[in-house]
Design a binder for this molecule. Sequence first.
Ligand code: G6P
Length: 611
Amino acid sequence: MCGIVGYIGFREAYPIIIKGLHRLEYRGYDSAGIALFDKGLKVYKKAGKVSDLENFVKDIKLHGTIGMGHTRWATHGAPSDRNSHPHSSGNRKLTIIHNGIIENYGVIKETLIEKGHIFKSDTDTEVLIHLIEDIQNETGMELREAVRVALTKVIGAYAIVIMSDDEPDLLIAARKGSPMVIGVGKGEYFIASDATPIVEYTKNVVYLNDNEVAYLTRESLLIKTIDNKVHTPYIQKLDLKLEMLEKGGYEHFMLKEIYEQPRSIRDCMRGRIYPQQGKVQLGGIKEYTEKLKNIDRIIIVACGTSWHAGLVGEYLIEEYARVPVEVEYASEFRYRNPIITEKDLVIAISQSGETADTMAAIELAKEKGATIFGICNVVGASIPRTTHAGVYTHAGPEIGVASTKAFTAQVTVLTLMAFYIAQQRGTITQSKLVEHLTELNSIPQLVERALLSNDHIKEIAWKFKDCPNCLFLGRGSSFPVALEGALKLKEISYIHAEGYPAAEMKHGPIALIDDDMPVVFIATKDSSYEKVISNIQEVKARKGHVIAIVTEGDTEVKNMADFVIEIPETDEAFVPLLATIPLQLLAYHIAVMRGCNVDQPRNLAKSVTVE
Ligand code: G6P
């Protein structure tokens, strides 16, 4: 939510900032703005995408070797020019960009208005910069100190960068609950919400921790905690390549990421499975092996697509490791009073590793003494740094807002975890493990084969591109796949879609079925095949259009369905990894045919760092 970029050094800042904003646009894209220091502070901002901002400034000669930029996902105040960041203090001497929410902004604003402050926007952010100005006015404090003091007075989450007209050689950055990375160059520093805008300039980065303020000049980086203790920066090396951030010849990032899945699933398993030995090795959770033998229960917390992956994980873990699993929306879990004990294992799943609700759920479970594992994609993000242990998905950067390769990588990690825990608890025989791991090892090739249906799926997409509603049905671990198929379609094509367990159809959704209603079934040859066939008959009897995902060579469903999409035969446990592929492609093609922006669907953001 909201992307932040900053630069201080010897190069022209504008090109670095604008390129960085394009890279971060997945975080929000309803307005954008920049500030540069060129004989005084200059601020330019515009509602719309980063390209609208570029257009807006194209005839202006922009100079400055210090600057910052912001791309917004609106929370407080509608997307508009005046609510765009940066926001300035009353005397125009200070300007700020912000990601997060200042929760007590209302009270602070009232006090400031009483003191004569005049606000130009509806944002919480503007209140913070006025507060800093106010502290300076009242106490005569220098800016560095005033920022720190102001931050002790605000409640909420933030990643901020501040520039001052009086101090042209200074950027101040701070974070609490929203991500921020500092790139360390020679005579220059970069700031960003994630490392993607930084990677082409330097691989040396410092991840700012919560409650830290960074003071950057061209020559120095000083980090202090909000309670004024100096903290020595820990410089890490980035393992990120520039090509990973480009479209690589595909029309959209989403399509590229769908096609990357054979590779991302392989990367996710690399060095972790030994099929011939029947062994799974997960270095990240190794220290907890003993603990795993004695856990009572696993609670999975996540949001969105990651929650769907968690539901697949529930089937796998219960089936193989025989531990009871509960899957919770992090946003609900955090606001109940859940019963958690020290014998519980909580697994937090998050692509970005930054989702605010998932972070809060982790904190709650930690307070109650549970052991917390993370399953994250972005290395070094907040969640993997908060959890006790974890396993990275290694899917590589996912830029399309609709999650694709991250989902299959999460399911892969959960599969590995299920077998790992089963191995430790002795709930699976060695020969079964050899059999399953051998099949799992072949999944990347089978995904490649599933991708070969792309042209056929495109033809099906053409037939259904104008439908107003769509139902997705599946049973067992194909139920979460149905949920994920429906989510993909609604996110990027704006068609109303619902996922349901196939047998539940008769308790409601069946009322919707008429000759206008496409119903997508996951009807692969597994333990619920016969039951799903009955559900298909029920839809056909009511004139619904059936699109079925079937196992290669299936004839029974083919005779009933209007369209079938084949996926290779595999072990029942791994069907979700294959059945998801055609659903991603179906949603993608329908959205493209409807003229939707698939990589940046309206109102959504990839990383939701507000609750
Ligand atoms: C947003 C994204 C989804 C994602 C969800 C959870 O809604 O648009 O694609 O599944 O957040 O994000 P996380 O990074 O925690 O997996």
